[in-house]
Design a binder for this molecule. Structure first.
Ligand SMILES: N[C@@H](CCC(=O)N[C@@H](CS)C(=O)NCC(=O)O)C(=O)O
Length: 214
């Protein structure tokens, strides 16, 4: 997929952002978190880990529904924290000012994570749930940079010392029996990062599945 050549219908729909889901009746929906919720609501129940507390509770269980509501609130508070993350990532971790801003911002991620872990292994509790899956993809890129061509970013941000809760959390998530075969493969992340790092600033390699997806 060439991100620089987008179809007019796509630009008209939402400015050319992904992801988008189109249903057979032509309905289209964007926003990744909303699409994840759609998939979770639409999927057959009992296929694996429950992703929200109310899914395993009986009907009209106010405590379980409130626990779900609390997690949804945590999720809405996470998204506005992402600005400095996107800026640094967009520069492929190479813009010093943006890297400084992200380094200074790491305590905000730590605070959000510590508050919402609340002493548990995962935000959902003993096992990962929806909100863990929502935030892990962002944290994971920073933490596994240690083992990719982006090690310079891991070192420059000093993730181990500046974000120890995030560091331990990502490794715990990636080791979880239900998650370990479904996380980004280090070699694939490395291959993708090498492709993009080789491009001049502002230019992007076409998206390809070669060496990136399993
Ligand atoms: N809030 C939106 C953000 C979507 C977004 O930023 N998508 C990026 C990719 S992660 C994109 O399509 N960027 C346009 C481009 O790279 O050309 C969502 O979560 O769906």
């Amino acid at each position: 997929m060439d991100l620089n050549k987008k179809a007019q219908w796509h630009l008209d729909f939402n400015g050319g952002f992904i992801p988008i889901l189109e249903l057979p009746d032509g309905t289209m929906m964007n926003e990744s978190a909303i699409l994840m919720n759609f998939a979770s609501d639409y999927a057959k129940k009992g296929q694996g880990l429950p992703l929200w507390p109310h899914e395993v509770a009986g009907e009209e269980d106010s405590a379980a529904c409130m626990a779900t509501a609390r997690l949804r609130l945590a999720q809405t508070k996470f998204d506005p924290l992402l600005g400095p993350y996107w800026a640094a990532l967009g520069s492929r971790f190479q813009d010093e000012e943006k890297m400084d801003a992200l380094r200074n911002h790491l305590p905000k991620f730590e605070e959000w994570l510590t508050t919402n872990l609340n002493g548990n292994d995962f935000i959902h509790g003993a096992n990962p749930g929806f909100v863990d899956i929502h935030c892990i993809v962002f944290f994971e890129r920073l933490v596994i940079a240690e083992f990719t061509v982006n090690k310079f970013a891991f070192d420059s941000l000093d993730i181990k010392n500046n974000a120890p809760t995030m560091y331990a959390y990502v490794h715990r998530f990636r080791a979880h029996p239900h998650m370990k075969d479904n996380c980004i493969v280090i070699e694939h992340q490395d291959a993708q990062s090498r492709l993009q790092l080789a491009m001049p600033p502002g230019e992007r390699k076409m998206l390809t599945i070669d060496g990136v997806l399993r």
